[in-house]
Structure formats: structure tokens, C-alpha cells
Design a protein around this ligand. Structure first.
Ligand code: ADP
Ligand code: ZN
Length: 529
């Protein structure tokens, strides 16, 4: 790598040109750098790809001493350090993958004042010996990356982050920064408290990605829908298709190839050689569609991804935002497309039930999922819903499916009451609970073997929902699940009354349901949900 250059005391913009080759700071970068260079603390909320690295690296270069970066991602540390070295900055990391000799060399370099930046994992920083070592040298700034990991309510909670609250005492006078791409207002407050940053200036970048068009549709025949969607994109568009399981990744990639789309699978179960080949084709060639599990995308810097498609429901809005955010980093028009169905909801609830963790934890996961479903089922602007989730208010965007075509709604109160009272009757009269399929059979008056065997054709609600198709009913159930009027329980996703069921049973509320989700009003309605 090129020889180290000393930027102590230099103009931040000069450093930005010299080290990174960028013309100007972007968005709030300049203000953040100014705050920290002057010795102040900062809390930085910026979406992935927003340019957080520059905001702590430039102050580290400009101020005397070494910038300490706390990061939980050992793999990314390595890339960051390589990139800095290539630009003539001096950087190193301390982590568990190193030999004692390698670590000793880094420690010597730090003490000799030769490092601009030092990356360290939180568990290592919390060792008494690491603190003692760092106290013997000079720190210019402390940047806590992925700061939302300190939040117990988030899905990335790391106990090691809790101990970072006393960094101010361990290193008095050193400006501290907390940076994250995933934080709701609530986590935002929580992280300032737990990391003891009462006087920090807060920088909240807009989470809006105006060039991304959001489109969400109900699953009917997801592979056919996916192919149809991809065909609406300009020829040669690169894209990522996210699926939940490895099996589905492989089957989908094969299906797309069968349709003449240049698709490749990517998941952790493929051998390293194949993964590397597929990734490199995706990065270098035009028009490759990567079908992947969510493992793919972290640290992938491809600016011209034209679409991100989800064929399974993400677990949370944060996840959805992060994954869709990989589209259109070049600012050109791009699409985030998703298809979701009842099966997704039931499967996710099942995963939550089966997960380890106490009731509160499961409840939180359930809330994450509900927020995701609310985004899917919204009759308002998708972007407004999405930004609202991140605490940002906005006007309807005009560039999402619900803005471009106002969804028609109808009042689903009566069907909702029909299914709720069927559930209540089965529970009260027979102590039984069933999944959506069987309940719909009862409502539609089907004469399946199970219905006859259980005598369910004798129920008062048998056949009272014959006016709706099976498809319509599935959609009603999905929307009722999304609103907490129904809940799916246990291994089989049996349906029960949700928290919001009371007012519906008593007829005290409207239940506006989307027509198009129902497959009515001339939209996609064939096949199964
Ligand atoms: P984050 O850590 O917030 O996800 P990064 O720091 O990795 O984002 O930056 C995202 C991308 O934006 C990178 O490709 C980076 O090179 C680029 N970038 C950051 N700041 C600037 C800037 N001021 N001018 C041009 N490109 C920038
Ligand atoms: Zn909109």
C-alpha cells in the first residue's frame, strides 16, 4: 500500500479529496464531521449506503491520535481496513481471528502513534487489558458502529454493547459517535441513554429513497408473478430476488433460467467457489439476477441494481428497508417488488413460536411482523408507511403502487364476524381450533371428508360464507391477521381471536379491506394463495 500520509490538522474537505477522491461531502456528512472534529459527541442515524464511514474516518484522520471503531462485523472490518490502506491511510484491527504475534504488532503500531484507525470488536474492547492498552496511547475519536445492537428490543441485540456505556469514563475527553442504519425513534432514544451520550448532537438523515418505487402484491402464483414483474423491467436489468429458504432459492433460480432470465442462486449452503463465481458474475456482468437468501447483499457495493424482489415476507420492516435499499444506489429509477401471502404469515408466526426466548421477546418479534404486514396491507402510501416506521413524516409519494393506483376498499365487517363467530363456536361448543383452510371450508359449505367426519356441517355457521371464493376468504383472513383481529397459533397455525376482535364481533368498527388484495375488481384472482 502507498506510504502513510499525515492529515493531522488538515481541512476535512481536503482529506475527502485526497483519501477518498470524492468531490464533496454528501447530505449531513459535513456537519457531522465538523461536530466531531471540534470534539463533540454525535448520534448518527443514516440508512445503509448513506455514507457513514466517512463521518468517523475523516475526523479520525484530521484529529491527533487514532480513531477507534467498534464494530461487531469482523468480516467487514477486514474490508474497511484494506480500503483505507489502499488509500494511503493507516489502519488495523484487533480481533479473535488474529494470532498473538499479529495482535502484538498492531498494539505496537498503536502505541507508537502510527495508526489512523483501529477497528475492534466490542467483546475485545471490554477486556480490561484492551482498555489498559488503549489508555496508554492516544485516541482521537471513538465510533460505535451498528449502535442499535445496544437495544434489547431490536433483533440484533448484543450484550457486549451494554458495557460500552462507560467508554466516556474509560476515555475522558475523546469525542464519541454512535452510528446506525436501523433505528426507530424508540431505539434511537434507547441507544443515546445506554451509550451515555446525553450531550451528543443528533443527525438523522432522511430514510427516503425517492428513486425506489415500492410495489407489493398478494401471492397468487408467485413464480409466474415474479417472471411477469421481471419482464416489466428494462432488458438487461440487474436484480436481486430474496427468498427465505435455500431450496426455494435454487428452485426459483432454475425456474427463471427456464424462462430465459439469466438467474443464479446464492446461499450459504453452496460451496465457496460457486458463491464467489456467482457473486463476481453479478458484480461484473449486466443483467444478472441473483436469487439469494438474505445472507447475500451485506457489503456488496453494486450501484446499478435495478430491482429487488421479495418472494417471501421479510421478518421486519428494518429488514425489508435494508434489503430493498440495495436497489438503485446510483440514484436511477429502481423497483422494490414483493409478493406475500397467508402462507408467509403462518410460517413466520410458527417460526416465532418455535424460537428461543421469553414471552416478551416473542411478542416483540410478533410486533415486527405485524408492522411488516401493516405495510403490505396499507390502503395508504407505502413510502409514507415505511418512513413513518422510522419516525419520519411525509406526504403521499406518488411513486408507489398504492399512490399510482388507489386501492379500492370495501367493508369486511360481515365476513370478519362470520369467521370470528365460527372460531368462537368451535372453541366454546367443542373445544376445537383449526387453521384457515378448514375454517374456510366450513364457511363456504364444502363437504370434505374432515367436515363430514367432525360433523362440522351441523354448525350454525356452515355455509354462511358461500358468497366469497376460497381465494377471497384467504385474503380476508390475511388482512384480519395483519390487523390483529385474528391470530395464528402453534405449530399448525390454528386461528384464534386476536386482541382487536372484540369491537368487530360487537359490530362497533369498520373493517376496510382492500379489493385488489381480494382478487376482486378485475385484478389477479386465479390460482391459490
Ligand atoms: P454506510 O456505511 O452508511 O452504509 P458507506 O460509508 O459504506 O455507507 O458509503 C456508501 C457508499 O457511498 C460507498 O460506496 C461510498 O464510497 C460512497 N460515498 C460515501 N460518501 C461519499 C461522498 N461524499 N461522495 C461520494 N461517494 C460517497
Ligand atoms: Zn406512495
Amino acid at each position: 500500500s502507498p506510504p502513510r500520509r499525515d492529515f493531522a490538522g488538515a481541512d476535512p474537505l481536503h482529506v475527502l479529496h485526497e483519501v477518498y477522491g470524492y468531490d464533496a461531502f454528501r447530505g449531513e456528512q459535513a456537519a457531522i464531521v465538523e461536530q466531531v472534529v471540534a470534539g463533540g459527541d454525535a448520534v448518527v442515524l443514516m440508512p445503509t449506503g448513506g455514507g457513514k464511514s466517512v463521518t468517523y474516518q475523516v475526523p479520525a484522520l484530521v484529529r491527533e491520535g487514532t480513531g477507534l471503531v467498534v464494530s461487531p462485523l469482523i468480516a467487514l472490518m477486514h474490508d474497511q481496513v484494506d480500503a483505507l490502506l489502499a488509500n494511503g491511510a493507516s489502519a488495523a484491527y484487533l480481533n479473535s481471528t488474529q494470532t498473538p504475534q499479529e495482535r502484538a504488532a498492531v498494539e505496537q503500531a498503536y502505541l507508537a502513534g502510527e495508526l489512523d484507525l483501529l477497528y475492534v470488536a466490542p467483546e475485545r474492547l471490554n477486556l480490561a487489558q484492551t482498555t489498559a492498552l488503549l489508555q496508554r496511547g492516544r485516541l482521537s475519536v471513538i465510533a460505535i458502529d451498528e449502535a442499535h445492537c445496544v437495544s434489547q428490543w431490536g433483533h440484533d441485540f448484543r450484550p457486549d454493547y451494554l458495557a460500552l456505556g462507560d467508554l466516556g469514563e474509560r476515555f475522558p475527553g475523546v469525542p464519541r459517535m454512535a452510528l446506525t442504519a436501523t433505528a426507530t425513534r424508540e431505539t434511537h432514544r434507547e441507544l443515546s441513554e445506554r451509550l451515555h451520550l446525553p450531550d451528543a448532537k443528533h443527525f438523522v438523515a432522511s430514510f427516503d429513497r425517492p428513486n425506489i418505487q415500492y410495489r407489493i402484491e398478494p401471492k397468487v402464483d408467485v413464480r409466474r408473478q415474479l417472471v411477469q414483474f421481471i419482464r416489466t423491467m428494462p432488458e438487461g436489468s440487474a436484480g436481486i430476488v430474496y427468498a427465505l429458504s435455500r431450496k426455494s432459492v435454487e428452485a426459483t433460480a432454475e425456474h427463471l433460467r427456464g424462462q430465459g432470465i439469466d438467474a443464479l442462486p446464492y446461499h450459504a449452503g453452496l460451496d465457496a467457489g460457486m458463491r464467489a463465481r456467482h457473486q463476481s458474475r453479478f458484480l461484473r456482468e449486466d443483467g444478472v439476477v441473483m436469487v439469494a437468501t438474505i445472507a447475500f447483499g451485506m457489503g456488496i457495493d453494486k450501484p446499478d441494481v435495478r430491482f429487488v424482489a421479495h418472494i417471501d415476507l421479510p421478518k421486519s420492516v428494518e429488514g425489508y428497508y435494508q434489503e430493498t435499499g440495495r436497489a438503485g444506489r446510483d440514484g436511477e429509477p429502481s423497483v422494490a417488488w414483493m409478493a406475500y401471502g397467508l402462507g408467509d404469515v403462518v410460517q413466520q408466526r410458527r417460526l416465532i413460536d418455535a424460537s428461543e426466548g421469553d414471552r416478551t421477546f416473542k411478542m416483540r418479534l410478533g410486533q415486527h411482523l405485524d408492522a411488516m404486514l401493516a405495510l403490505c396491507e396499507t390502503v395508504g402510501c407505502r413510502r409514507q408507511n415505511l418512513l413513518g416506521y422510522f419516525g419520519q413524516s411525509s406526504e403521499p409519494c406518488g411513486n408507489c403502487d398504492t399512490c399510482l393506483q388507489k386501492p379500492d376498499t370495501w367493508d369486511g365487517l360481515v365476513p370478519a364476524q362470520k369467521i370470528l363467530s365460527t372460531i368462537v363456536r368451535l372453541q366454546r361448543e367443542r373445544g376445537q381450533a383449526y387453521g384457515a383452510g378448514h375454517l374456510i371450508d366450513i364457511l363456504r359449505g364444502a363437504s370434505t371428508e374432515r367436515i363430514v367426519r367432525f360433523g362440522h356441517d351441523k354448525l350454525a355457521t356452515y355455509g354462511i360464507g358461500a358468497d366469497l371464493s376460497d381465494q377471497d376468504w384467504r385474503s380476508v383472513v390475511r388482512q384480519l391477521l395483519a390487523r390483529g383481529i385474528l391470530v395464528a397459533k402453534g405449530e399448525y397455525g390454528t386461528l384464534a381471536l386476536g386482541e382487536a376482535a372484540g369491537p368487530v364481533l360487537r359490530g362497533e368498527t369498520d373493517v376496510p379491506l382492500r379489493h385488489d388484495v381480494l382478487g376482486r375488481g378485475g385484478s389477479r384472482s386465479s390460482g391459490r394463495a
